[in-house]
Design a protein around this ligand. Structure first.
Ligand SMILES: [Zn+2]
Length: 476
């Protein structure tokens, strides 16, 4: 078939090429899939049966399936471009380079990024106070902006006239969103950039119809879903659960009276138990994305549910937060991101979130590395024998043993060696405490990759205000 390109200019970026498997964009959606393409036919209201192929297809296939070496060349090329640009147009970026005697030509590859100091959110806030509103990171005059967003902090984010970020679009297509879908967007439209700038624009560009519902008003949201037969959901998973419970309370059948097929969730941790509960209740597919208000999408799940693909318009490094050096594939560290955005070119932005990357092939065909999962915040983590441990891991160990009611991980140092002790309160008497102890110690090794001792303590021994990980080491 002849593919008619409906890709707006913003999509025709360097290196992306013309993509015959590209999902076309608004205003005349055509769904193109492997081996031909399935024309999308408009129908309203949406039929309950779902004739669309939501299981394959890419937003930008050429880019998403680049062989690893080509991907690295592509990223390095775009990195050199944005570094040159940002140094020239952003005062804050130039100051950062000058502070360590760097010039743009010193940054040729992703590895070279290590030379640039990381910008943490706290520093961004301080810089914004000193040099309002954007701390000098903006690379164009304020009069050329379309909006200014205000995130908690407060922290200001510039909203460009031609929003062209790729990541959320890629994520929604990977989740199964298709042109013509009608999406209830329940993220907050108020002040912050996520619902309006990022999700709303992305839905528009992949050819979906958006209901800008915002948060709250659960009963009204249920009625909207029922009356409009919306088949897509954007919002938090916990709010979708509220919607489900409200709908059931109103006597509705979630599979018959509500037509949800796909969901894209973000902004909070997604427990597998909650995902599968919702997927079963609605007979829908739910996938998640990860990012920040400052820098946009940094990861999205495909149908394989095996981590979050890094979008093609970001560089994600995993670094040791104390040194800023890249830790390598498979090792835990802080997520540090660089965008190619020419309006707000944040270079090496420290998210404060912990994760690790994998590069093992994904059956979906996408070749980008994946964030395995978000493990928690850097400031809650600590290092034991050179490896990061964090509260999420302690919870994971506990979840494997229903006998445990409360945990505190105490890190101490004996003869210059780190020791980690899991203090555990139990739900009741156990018949074979030694056996349980060795089982838990095995779980600790499996989850944390580091050895830990188990100490059972009496109920109430762990104070209510105790931190989950308590570092008692002294370094005299
Ligand atoms: Zn995948």
């Amino acid at each position: 078939m002849v593919f008619v390109s409906l890709i707006p200019p913003a999509y025709r970026q360097e290196g992306s090429g013309r993509d015959s498997n590209h999902l076309s964009t608004h205003p005349y959606p055509i769904l193109c899939s492997e081996g031909g393409g399935v024309p999308f036919r408009w129908s309203f209201p949406m039929p309950k049966h779902d004739p669309m192929d939501r299981t394959s297809g890419f937003l930008k296939k050429n880019l998403e399936t680049l062989p690893p070496k080509k991907r690295m060349e592509y990223l390095n090329r775009r990195l050199r471009g944005i570094i040159q640009y940002a140094y020239k147009h952003s005062i804050a970026v130039r100051n950062k380079f000058d502070s360590v005697g760097l010039k743009p030509k010193d940054i040729q590859t992703v590895k070279d990024l290590e030379k640039i100091p990381i910008t943490k959110k706290t520093e961004l806030m301080e810089l914004q106070k000193k040099s309002p509103p954007f701390g000098g990171f903006e690379a164009l005059p304020i009069t050329e902006l379309r909006r200014i967003y205000v995130s908690p902090g407060p922290i200001f984010e510039p909203g460009e006239a031609d929003y062209d970020e790729l990541g959320w679009d890629q994520g929604m297509v990977a989740a199964g969103f298709r042109p013509g879908d009608m999406a209830l967007n329940t993220f907050s439209y108020h002040m912050v950039p996520f619902a309006l700038q990022m999700i709303d624009n992305s839905l528009y560009r992949i050819g979906c119809i958006t209901i800008p519902a915002g948060i709250g008003n659960t009963e009204q949201q249920v009625n909207i879903l029922k009356n409009l037969k919306a088949n897509a959901y954007c919002g938090t998973a916990s709010f979708l659960l509220n919607i489900a419970e409200k709908a059931e309370e109103m006597g509705l059948d979630l599979k018959k009276d509500v037509n949800l097929k796909v969901g894209f969730v973000a902004t909070e941790m997604l427990p597998e138990s909650l995902r599968s509960k919702l997927e079963q209740k609605f007979e829908m597919v739910i996938r998640q994305g990860y990012g920040t208000a400052d820098i946009g999408c940094l990861g999205y799940e495909c149908l394989q549910k095996n981590g979050m693909h890094v979008p093609d318009d970001k560089i994600v490094e995993i670094v040791d937060p104390s040194t800023g050096k890249q830790v390598g594939i498979g090792k835990t560290g802080e997520i540090v991101a660089t965008t190619f955005n020419k309006v707000y070119p944040l270079i090496r932005f420290g998210t404060g979130d912990l994760s690790l990357l994998t590069e093992t092939g994904c059956p979906c065909g996408r070749t980008s590395p994946r964030l395995v999962k978000i493990l928690g915040r850097v400031d809650q983590a600590t290092k034991v024998r050179g490896l990061f441990i964090h509260p999420g891991q302690a919870d994971e160990v506990v979840s494997k043993h229903p006998q445990i009611s409360k945990v505190r991980v105490v890190v101490t140092r004996k003869e210059h060696k780190d020791e980690m002790t899991f203090q555990l309160e139990l739900n009741g008497e156990v018949s074979q405490p030694e056996k349980l102890k060795s089982e838990i110690e095995q779980s600790i090794r499996d989850v944390m990759k580091v050895r830990g001792n188990v100490q059972f303590v009496s109920k109430g021994a762990i104070p209510a205000e105790a931190k989950k990980i308590e570092d008692q080491r002294t370094w005299e």
